[in-house]
Design a protein around this ligand. Structure first.
Ligand SMILES: [Mg+2]
Length: 263
């Protein structure tokens, strides 16, 4: 059951219409709502997602969409506004932050300490100093995302092993993993899983009435916490194996296809 709307967005009608099987959809961003690499978003499709969220709010016969992303909070905040998130919590920086739009409060995972934040900051500086050509994604608080001007191959072959050794030598409770484009160094005890748990508790959501969309194994925590999980055609084979439905379409087209099946 969804939490009551705040005064900021008074409800037009109930959001738990019996015609909707789900109350909410947690959707990954990169590779789902927008391309993995920088480029123009398909604004017509994004507008259609926003219209879906308006319908969820005003009519209540479809589930509202919110975000669960590894992107930093400022990116997620902006994206959430564009796709019309109103009252559902937004999971960002891979669970480091949960943004509650009803109060416009950012809540960092309470298990993170100043020492963890200091480690992330120092480790980013170490990576920049140690590997010429690397650069960091801005806006992250407790994790580090390393890119390389020559692309991901050098990161995977040369930088990632050194990063893993350095983390082990420093004895920090962090882990490193390669994505399609970059290395993510994250607190080992914080993930989309812990972020989703906090978001679900905050909004008093029923997992039996949740759906999710993701394109990589970093979205598996969404799979584990929703009743229905779907992927775009561009998703990795590994996560597709866990999906209830794989859309024949890609990215935002797939999100709209999946949403059309949830009413
Ligand atoms: Mg993704």
């Amino acid at each position: 059951m969804r939490q009551a709307y705040s005064s900021r967005y008074p409800p037009a009608v109930s959001t738990t219409s019996p015609s909707s099987r789900f109350d909410a959809v947690f959707c990954d961003v990169d590779g789902c709502l927008s391309p993995e690499f920088f480029g123009p978003a398909d604004t017509a499709k994004i507008a259609a997602v926003s219209n879906h969220n308006r319908r969820a709010h005003e009519i209540g016969d479809v589930p509202a969409v919110t975000l669960c992303t590894g992107r930093p909070l400022p990116f997620a905040d902006c994206m959430a506004r564009i796709v019309g998130v109103r009252d559902l919590p937004i999971v960002c920086e891979g669970g480091v932050w949960v943004l509650d739009p009803t109060t416009y409060r950012w809540e960092m995972d309470p298990s993170l300490t100043h020492e963890h934040l200091s480690f992330a900051s120092a480790f980013g500086r170490w990576a920049l100093d140690t590997f010429p050509g690397t650069y960091l994604e801005t806006g992250k608080s407790a994790s580090v995302t390393i890119f390389h001007e020559d692309g991901p191959d050098d990161l995977r072959e040369r930088v990632l092993p050194a990063v893993e050794r350095e983390i082990a030598e420093r004895g920090a409770p962090f882990h490193a993993a390669m994505t399609w484009t970059c290395i993510n160094i994250e607190p080992a005890f914080v993930s989309k899983a812990t972020g989703l748990d906090r978001a679900i508790a905050r909004a008093r959501l029923d997992p039996a009435r949740l759906a999710g969309i993701g394109d990589t194994m970093s979205d598996h925590p969404i799979r584990e916490r929703v009743a229905y999980f779907a992927c775009p055609a561009n998703a990795s084979d590994a996560i597709k194996a866990h999906a209830d439905y794989v859309s024949p379409l890609e990215r935002a087209d797939a999100v709209l296809d999946i949403l059309s099946r949830l009413s």
